[in-house]
Design a protein around this ligand. Structure first.
Ligand SMILES: Nc1ncnc2c1ncn2[C@@H]1O[C@H](COP(=O)(O)OP(=O)(O)O)[C@@H](O)[C@H]1O
Ligand SMILES: [Mg+2]
Length: 536
């Protein structure tokens, strides 16, 4: 055959064999080098893509409004960043095989064409038939993939829910119940996973059978031609046959990818959900720099409801003057914390507006607004990081050690810090030293003290403290507030006494407003609280 390919050069049989072996060896080396090169290139691309996508999703998460996070389970959001990206990446790596397969398939088809145009044309004509015979699987895989993603989300939700409520589960002996709930979700995932596997796995065997049928047909045609035209074309047919077998496996790879690719739908839908703007409750930043409070904060007929929930605030109007302390009192669940959240612009009110020095709060950039406000909120969450990081979080420039010491002293945390094994560097929170409710509040207070903003919002900042510690901290808070503008959601008489103005909130409305003496004179709701010495 070599003789045929290279006419005019004579080869001894052994030389021909060596040449052929060498050619085969070299072509394999070349093939593997190219294959390695392309695999590395693809792996690099895919990893870069995954990395970029993860960072993009995380950044995007941070732009969503707080309501989005109130409504969505953290476990699910966590799962999206980790598993959706992973699923996509796996499928993308499969693309590589597709391209490699397609490329070799084209090369093989070229050789086949060279040997017999008619046979190859007939085969190419038959290929779509093969494809069509597999087409029914694709929608099934796609459906299974979507249900699988959903089930997996539900499973990670259940898992996260259970793991974040261990004390509750133990206290109420919920172990059995939780095992059962998780078991059900896990069964569901397994069922869909297997459904997908079944659909994907059927492709290869089915293809093989159909291919065999085609090959047999082809062999018969060849045998027919050889019988009629003699054996002259036999070597060509043998090569054709060999190439066809290789082409068939490339074709399998190429068409298999279609089924695999349709399994990408689930994760893609998930991504679509993240990058779609609906339901994200964005709080858009304004354009102007907030220069700091000059004279007045005004709530003007502010209405508010969380997402599609009931009306929480009803035409709330009040004003806070610079340098004064405004106390808010009222039963729990009446919307006091919601007022604090609106002032920090975690949510936007509509209708109604909040004006600062005559400007709508929405016209200021979120960054500049929040820089001028220090919030000690009711639920004190901590990072799983050192105490230093937790106290100085987000403060620029980074406070000096002296400033840190002073704040910690004022927040009555010095003893606590000295008891920690590594002082300020001790890791607290999850998987670290656990803090009591009161200690957490004092960390928040120390952070607010360090921030030194001109507007302070304290939401029951000392509710978890014992009376003695509270009295001690109160001095620090008084000192911190001194001369600054403060909105204090209060539950103790001592705070209320010092307030310039007191707002009594009930059922999302301000029912009474005024100075302590005025409210007592009115003999209304506040007077009742006062008599009962109960301020929630
Ligand atoms: N993130 C939220 N999503 C939906 N409803 C909420 C949310 N936060 C609070 N609420 C509801 O709003 C009402 C007022 O809550 P809140 O302002 O925290 O009251 P308060 O601080 O006076 O105890 C409550 O009925 C509560 O159920
Ligand atoms: Mg509250």
């Amino acid at each position: 055959m070599l003789q045929e390919l290279l006419p005019g050069i004579s080869f001894s049989p052994s030389a021909a064999f060596v040449c052929l072996a060498l050619a085969i060896f070299l072509s394999f080396v070349l093939k593997n080098i190219l294959q390695y090169g392309s695999s590395v290139a693809v792996a690099r691309l895919v990893r870069q893509f995954a990395n970029g996508l993860r960072k993009l999703i995380f950044r995007r998460y941070l732009t969503f409004g707080k309501i989005f996070f109130d409504k969505n389970n953290a476990g699910h959001l966590h799962g999206v960043v980790i598993s959706t990206v992973e699923k996509l990446v796996t499928r993308l790596s499969d693309l590589h095989y597709f391209f490699a397969g397609a490329f070799t398939l084209i090369a093989y088809l070229g050789i086949m064409m060279y040997i017999s145009v008619k046979l190859t044309a007939a085969l190419i004509f038959l290929l779509p038939v093969l494809n069509l015979s597999l087409a029914w699987i694709i929608p099934r895989v796609r459906r299974a993939s979507a249900s699988f993603s959903e089930a997996q989300g539900a499973m990670s939700k259940a898992l996260f829910n259970a793991l974040s409520c261990i004390p509750l589960i133990k206290a109420y002996c919920g172990e059995e119940q939780e095992s059962e709930i998780f078991g059900r979700k896990s069964d569901e995932v397994a069922r869909f996973e297997f459904g997908m596997d079944r659909n994907v796995l059927i492709v290869l065997p089915l293809q093989e059978v159909i291919m065999l049928g085609l090959v047999l047909l082809l062999v018969s045609v060849m045998a027919f031609i050889v019988a009629r035209q003699g054996t002259a074309r036999l070597p060509g047919f043998l090569v054709y046959f060999y190439v066809l077998r290789r082409a068939a496996s490339s074709f399998s790879v190429v068409s298999h990818i279609k089924a695999t690719l349709s399994a990408i739908t689930g994760p893609l839908d998930e991504l679509d959900g993240i990058f779609d703007d609906s339901g994200k409750h964005f709080v858009p930043s304004g354009q102007e720099e907030f220069p700091g409070l000059k004279s007045l904060i005004e709530f003007k007929a502010v209405d508010f409801s969380y997402a599609d929930g009931p009306r929480i605030l009803k035409r709330v109007s009040f004003s806070v003057e610079r340098g004064q302390m405004t106390a808010i009192v009222g039963p729990s669940g009446t919307g006091k914390s919601t007022i604090a959240s609106l002032l920090s612009r975690f949510y936007d009110s509509a209708p109604g507006c909040i004006m600062i020095d005559g400007r709508d709060i929405r016209s200021f950039t979120l960054k500049s607004l929040r820089r001028h406000m220090a919030l000690v909120s009711q639920d004190t969450s901590l990072f799983n990081d050192s105490l230093r990081v937790n106290i100085t979080y987000g403060l620029r420039p980074v406070p000096t050690d002296e400033a840190l010491d002073t704040a910690v002293r004022k927040a009555r945390l010095t003893d606590f810090v000295s008891r920690l094994p590594d002082g300020f560097e001790t890791v607290i929170g999850d998987r670290g030293v656990q803090l009591s409710g009161g200690e957490k509040q004092r960390v928040s207070i120390a952070r607010a003290l360090l921030k030194g903003s001109d507007v302070l919002i304290l939401d029951e900042a000392t509710s978890a403290l014992d009376t003695k510690t509270e009295q001690l901290i109160q001095e620090a808070l008084d000192e911190m507030i001194g001369g600054k503008t403060a909105v204090v959601i209060a539950h103790r008489l001592s705070t209320i006494r010092k307030a310039h103005k007191i707002l009594v909130v009930e059922g999302g409305e301000i029912v009474e407003e005024g100075s302590l003496s005025k409210l007592l004179e009115m003999r209304g709701r506040f007077h009742q609280y006062w008599e009962a010495q109960k301020f929630f």
